[in-house]
Write a protein that binds this ligand. Structure first.
Ligand SMILES: NC(=O)c1ccc[n+]([C@@H]2O[C@H](COP(=O)([O-])OP(=O)(O)OC[C@H]3O[C@@H](n4cnc5c(N)ncnc54)[C@H](OP(=O)(O)O)[C@@H]3O)[C@@H](O)[C@H]2O)c1
Length: 227
């Protein structure tokens, strides 16, 4: 049986990933903060939970032991290098050969060839400054985290999510290499489908060492431009 560790399992994206992984018959180990374990109560008896911070190397070593894949919700909370600490722990400690799939947003660029609207750039710049000022989050550390992943020779995929919304699944999102590609213009994905893409990536060899930017498959831009 495929054994999957979901790092950040108690959040919205994480719980959708738990659902999709269980639906595939995978054995699931979830990592989440101690105070959030109750958010996984619906899965009691069906998944194992390792409580702890996601950048705690002991927690990651224990949770990923024997796993075929590790799906990580990469979040930049606080100013203590949470995202880069989490990514580094997963890269260093997940079993050799495990598929490693990480989530982030469109603001992450692997090769600098993404083309952003002026509005998007202004929003990211303002949010980065404000979040740092109120000590909420460190977007630059999420950039550092993904740079470490991009430099790694492990079997990683960095899934770059568009703006998210709740709602029924539209099926597997479509993806493209660069923000600015016409197929992505709608900038909208159902959160359950973001999770679906993360879980499906486990078995998709073509996504190894790729940073797909995704968009909902029934959005106008996907319908107009998807091949
Ligand atoms: N929100 C968007 O519109 C959007 C757009 C594009 C991409 N993304 C990407 O999608 C992923 C999921 O984002 P989301 O917004 O949908 O959120 P989410 O799924 O609810 O995940 C938030 C995660 O952050 C954890 N968290 C919250 N506060 C924390 C704190 N103070 N310290 C440590 N951990 C904390 C949560 O854990 P607890 O359960 O313990 O609180 C949860 O695991 C991220 O990688 C994000 O970059 C989001």
């Amino acid at each position: 049986m495929t054994k999957v560790c979901i790092v950040g399992a108690s959040g919205k994206l994480g719980r959708y990933m738990v659902e999709h992984a269980l639906a595939r018959g995978y054995e699931v180990v979830g990592v989440c903060r101690e105070k959030s374990v109750r958010k996984l109560a619906a899965y009691e008896g069906r998944i194992a939970v390792v409580p702890g911070m996601t950048d705690d190397r002991d927690v990651i070593a224990r949770a990923t032991e024997g796993c075929d894949a590790v799906l990580t919700v990469l979040v930049p909370w606080g100013l203590k290098n949470y995202a880069s600490g989490t990514a580094t722990a997963v890269l260093d400690l997940a079993p050799p050969g495990a598929r490693l799939v990480f989530s982030c947003g469109w603001h992450i660029s692997r090769d600098g060839k993404d083309v952003y609207s002026r509005r998007f750039r202004a929003y990211v710049a303002a949010f980065t400054r404000l979040a740092r000022w109120i000590r909420l989050a460190d977007i630059d550390d999420q950039v550092e985290a993904t740079n470490r992943i991009f430099a790694s020779d492990r079997a990683w995929t960095v899934v770059r999510g568009s703006d998210l919304e709740e709602g029924e699944s539209q099926g597997l999102p479509v993806w493209s290499h660069h923000i600015g590609d016409p197929v992505l213009a709608s900038n909208r994905t159902r959160r359950t489908d973001f999770a679906l893409f993360m879980v499906e990536a486990i078995d998709d060899e073509s996504l190894v060492r790729e940073a797909p930017a995704i968009v909902g498959r029934l959005t106008p831009s996907a319908l107009a431009h998807a091949r």
